[in-house]
Design a binder for this molecule. Structure first.
Ligand code: HMG
Length: 302
């Protein structure tokens, strides 16, 4: 198994979806659109722009159609959407999403809380969705939540993650994003989990999605880079959390990831100053503190 850093990393920006889904206050469509456009202008080429879930479950994402409709799209940028079922796919496709993502979990309790069904049922829904996506030629990404720990079931065995990841890959997901939803992982547990998954799944199909609840996300990303993982999910200004994981903080801040990659000499194609401006824009719009240490340091430096 590789123990070398990749030369190049693709950052999947999930702030507009994973970040904003957790905000309680209403957010204007124009603000969401401006955020996505600023992120694209900063050089991000994969932006999860919204989700098409049941609006009663996640009201903040109810406006995703309007967000997709209002975007000025840049060539070369993938504007993706999170979709739990065929209905979500049909909405995303009609809205013009360029890619969709299905999601499941390693724990039955989390799957039930997040999607009102078992893991097997969530995979059945994904199968139906993926047949429709294949007909339309849309790539499908797969998320697995709770890859290290679950808020309801505690520690998760690495083999459980490997099993679900193989099922998503077999369904046709081109990439599996491994989510430490509640940020409990450490470099040791994340490496053990990745080793178990990589025993069955090629490295090029793996991404990491690490929340920073316990302040371990950057260390965990470093551990993933050491194994060779070259796709990292992150959220500008550290926005977000998961509505079905109490106390989960945001994803690792994209600015902090970019700063670390710069220091490691790993190419990513993102302009840090423009990215930090996007992060500050959304924090000012929401009246919230910036969750990126790098953004705060840059602002204090003047
Ligand atoms: C999966 C469902 C839809 C099942 O929800 P359900 O209530 O069991 O669905 P249902 O099939 O029984 O339908 C009930 C109603 O919902 C409607 N409905 C059904 N589907 C849709 C849809 N797509 N869009 C709009 N409406 C929909 C459907 O039409 C029906 O409407 P009614 O007849 O009552 O008027 C629901 O549980 C749900 O929306 N869950 C999503 C929760 C969510 O968004 N969680 C956060 C995202 S996951 C995450 O953040 C983790 C991740 C990915 O970032 C990785 C990590 O960090 O771990």
């Amino acid at each position: 198994m590789s123990r070398e850093f990749p030369d190049k990393v693709r950052i999947v920006e999930v702030g507009p979806r994973d970040g904003l889904q957790n905000e309680k206050q209403p957010i204007d469509v124009a603000v969401k659109v401006k955020l996505v456009e600023m992120l694209a202008d900063a050089g991000l080429t994969s932006i999860e722009t919204g989700s098409f879930v049941n609006p009663k479950w996640v009201p903040q994402m109810a406006g995703s159609e309007a967000v997709f409709a209002s975007l000025q799209r840049r060539p070369g940028v993938t504007y993706s959407a999170l979709t739990p079922n065929l209905k979500g796919f049909e909405r995303a496709h009609a809205a013009g999403a360029s890619e969709v993502a299905v999601f499941t979990a390693t724990s039955e309790s989390f799957a039930r809380k997040n999607t009102n069904c078992s893991i097997a049922e969530s995979l059945d829904r994904a199968k139906v969705l993926m047949a429709a996506a294949a007909e339309q030629g849309l790539p499908v990404r797969g998320y697995i939540s709770c890859v290290v720990g679950c808020p309801y079931e505690g520690e998760i065995r690495p083999e459980q993650v490997a099993e679900v990841a193989q099922q998503l890959l077999a369904l046709g997901c081109y990439e599996i994003s491994l989510g430490d939803t509640i940020g409990v992982g450490t470099p040791a547990s994340v490496t053990a989990m990745l080793d178990a998954v990589l025993a069955h799944i090629p490295l090029e199909n793996i991404a990491v999605h690490l929340h920073d609840t316990y302040g371990q996300a950057l260390a965990n990303i470093y551990a993933a880079l050491q194994v060779g993982v070259a796709v990292i999910d992150s959220s500008v200004a550290g926005l977000g959390g998961c509505p079905y994981a109490k106390g989960a903080s945001g994803n690792v801040a994209t600015e902090d990831v970019v700063y670390m990659l710069n220091g490691l000499g790993i190419h990513h194609g993102v302009d840090l100053d423009k990215l930090a401006a996007a992060g500050q824009f959304i924090c000012d719009s929401l009246g919230r503190d910036n969750g990126s240490k790098v953004a705060i340091a840059l602002a204090n430096k003047g």
